[in-house]
Design a protein around this ligand. Structure first.
Ligand code: GLA
Length: 382
């Protein structure tokens, strides 16, 4: 097992028994581009994770070993400076956040690694900060709640690494439960669990292996377009604080003033938000085929109204419509590349993977990477 490799390397290097913590990556079943509109998302923690073996070393120095990269980094707790290597910043960022909250951290040794595919949109960086915030909380006996750990991880990424991110990914890594998806209200942070038993269907991710350069500039543009839609609605009703508070009827009423573009963006967000709520209802009723339909609707909205898809993602989703074994598929994450998420009949998994891979190869000459995932418990001790 992967965690055993990490544990063994730690013992070989530091000759003491470590605390071993795992923090998973995540999927998002539905609810895309809703988080920054104060809306709902439906993530789950998965069986791809970061593992961290860690123990105090009773000094002022921290010794980090990145198992997969075969790199190390040492730093003094008295002087935390950004590293050009990149990865140590996530860990130092977490230390920095504990200090900012006046919570003590002593020197430590650690070995960490993971099996979350990088660049696929499965939130390996959120898992990394969560692994360390959980580890420090346990090791140095602080009493932060899981939500506080998620928020602390988010602040580490924002303030030390310099990455604008929402709370969704850290929330999912920390709060995940096996075979359950979590509906998170991004405004209040209230959350509720819904059963997602994978008895008949499995979740398969198909990695386009592309990331179009439009991703970050268009992301910011979408955020501005949503703000524009909101401003128009607020002129008439100041009680509307985010697009989450609007209804499809209200958006329609102001269509002319919004213009086609802002109308399409706003209408997508309002509809997607409703789809999350409907999906939860369908999950409670055990209607998985209908959930699959919601995924297709979500993709159509993301592609046509929100325009954050790309040729590769559209192709992968379109192909599945001809396949009996797939009940739903959509692009997952910010867009312009990354993975699609597919709900696939378990007894036809191999058939699905073979056919979609060969279709993708013929069309784009790219080897498709697929990941069949399980929904697992969130961050914790092993
Ligand atoms: C990116 C952001 C997330 C979310 C998604 C779209 O991945 O990091 O916070 O906005 O896009 O749902």
């Amino acid at each position: 097992m992967y965690s055993e490799k990490i544990r063994k390397r730690f013992i070989a290097l530091f000759n003491t028994t470590p605390l071993v913590v795992h923090a998973p990556g995540r999927i998002n079943l539905i609810g895309e581009h809703t988080d920054y509109n104060d809306g709902f998302v439906l993530p789950a923690a998965i069986d791809k994770e970061i593992i961290c073996a860690i123990a105090p070393n009773y000094s002022n120095t921290c010794h980090l070993v990145a198992y997969d990269l075969d790199e190390e980094h040492k730093f003094s707790l008295e002087k935390i400076r950004k590293s050009e290597k990149g990865w140590p910043n996530y860990i130092m960022g977490v230390v920095d956040q504990f200090f900012k909250r006046n919570l003590e951290i002593q020197g430590f040794n650690c070995v960490f690694g993971g099996n979350i595919p990088l660049g696929a949109g499965l939130s390996s960086s959120a898992a990394l900060v969560c692994a360390f915030s959980y580890s420090f909380n346990t090791l140095f006996n602080h009493k932060l709640t899981r939500m506080e750990l998620a928020k602390l991880g988010q602040s580490a990424q924002k303030e030390f690494v310099g990455l604008q991110c929402g709370i969704r990914e850290q929330f999912a890594s920390v709060h995940g439960k096996a075979n359950q998806v979590m509906r998170l209200d991004c405004r209040t942070l209230e959350h509720e669990y819904f059963d997602f038993k994978m008895e008949e269907y499995s979740v398969v991710l198909c990695d386009t292996a592309v990331k179009h350069s439009l991703a970050s500039s268009e992301y910011n543009t979408r955020r501005k377009e949503c703000e524009r839609g909101l401003e128009i609605l607020q002129k008439y009703n100041p009680a509307i604080k985010a697009l989450r508070d609007a209804t499809p009827e209200l958006i329609d009423k102001h269509r002319a003033e919004m213009g086609d573009l802002v109308y399409d963006r706003s209408s997508y967000v309002v509809e997607e938000n409703l789809r999350v709520l409907e999906t939860c209802k369908l999950l409670s009723q055990g209607k998985l085929e209908a959930v699959g339909e919601k995924l297709y609707e979500s993709h159509a909205g993301l592609s046509n109204k929100y325009e954050v898809s790309c040729e590769e993602l559209d192709f992968l989703v379109e192909e599945t419509k001809e396949m009996d074994e797939v009940i739903g598929a959509r692009m997952m994450g910010g867009g312009f590349g990354g993975c699609t998420i597919n709900l696939v009949k378990i007894d036809k998994l191999n058939h699905f993977i073979d056919s979609i891979s060969s279709a993708y190869r013929s069309k784009f000459n790219i080897e498709l990477k697929t990941y069949t995932i399980r929904i697992e418990n969130g961050t914790g001790k092993l």
